[in-house]
Design a protein around this ligand. Structure first.
Ligand code: HEC
Length: 189
């Protein structure tokens, strides 16, 4: 009997270790995916602003963001998307879970936690997992999301996004989050 208990404990420990490693692997991969997404988009955005000005760069944000997200996500077998509490494009609306995490990020940022620490990882019973990383406003973002947007840019944004709520942000504000959704793995858990 004692041997059986010892064996069960050992197996449970091995399983738990495996589960944690599995979660860690996806957490580490998620961080890479979120960083690639942010870096690629920011790179293209800054290049477009330098080359063609903010008006041309609006196009990059609108058309390139989903393309980059798809490319980065497909490579890792995940779905990557951007969301926020105050949205420019309603198509980026958070679901209930993402909204709760965004609200938690806002609270943590307001309480003085470093922006780079604002991340979240959760596993669901069906084996799926979700990672979220805060997107914090930086000075170049203010060109299109700030409190004093140049008139031609403001007009171009208003034409495309009549319900735009994503203005008035200053560097350091929580702008939104990158979400990395992992599919459920049948048989896991
Ligand atoms: C040239 C203008 C421009 C600049 C600069 C810009 N954005 Fe945006 N941003 C947009 C547009 C346009 C959209 C809507 C994209 C879409 O249709 O999905 C957007 C959408 C977003 C979204 C998705 C959520 C939403 O509101 O729809 C996030 C997050 C975001 N921007 C963050 C940033 C950050 C962070 C920076 C600075 C690194 C930045 N943006 C710089 C124009 C800009």
């Amino acid at each position: 009997m004692r041997r059986l208990i010892a064996l069960t404990t050992m197996l449970a420990a091995a399983y738990a270790t495996h589960a944690i490693e599995d979660a860690d692997a996806r957490l580490i991969a998620s961080r890479e995916v979120a960083t690639s997404m942010q870096n690629e988009l920011k790179g293209e955005l800054l290049q477009a602003i330098t080359k063609g000005g903010p008006l041309a760069a609006i196009e990059v944000c609108q058309t390139r963001a989903p393309v980059i997200a798809e490319h980065v996500g497909n490579e890792a077998g995940v779905r990557v998307w951007r969301t926020a509490l105050k949205l420019r494009n309603p198509a980026n609306s958070p679901d209930e879970g993402a909204r709760a995490v965004l609200e938690d990020f806002s609270r943590r940022l307001a309480a003085g936690e470093g922006a780079e620490k604002l991340e979240h990882f959760e596993r669901a019973a069906d084996g799926s997992a979700r990672y979220m990383k805060a997107i914090v406003t930086q000075p170049p973002c203010e060109t299109c999301h700030g409190p004093a947007i140049a008139e031609p840019v403001r007009k171009a944004l208003a034409e495309r996004y009549p319900a735009d709520q994503a203005t008035g942000f200053v560097a350091g504000d929580l702008r939104g989050a990158v979400v990395v959704d992992w599919p459920g793995t049948s048989g896991a858990d």
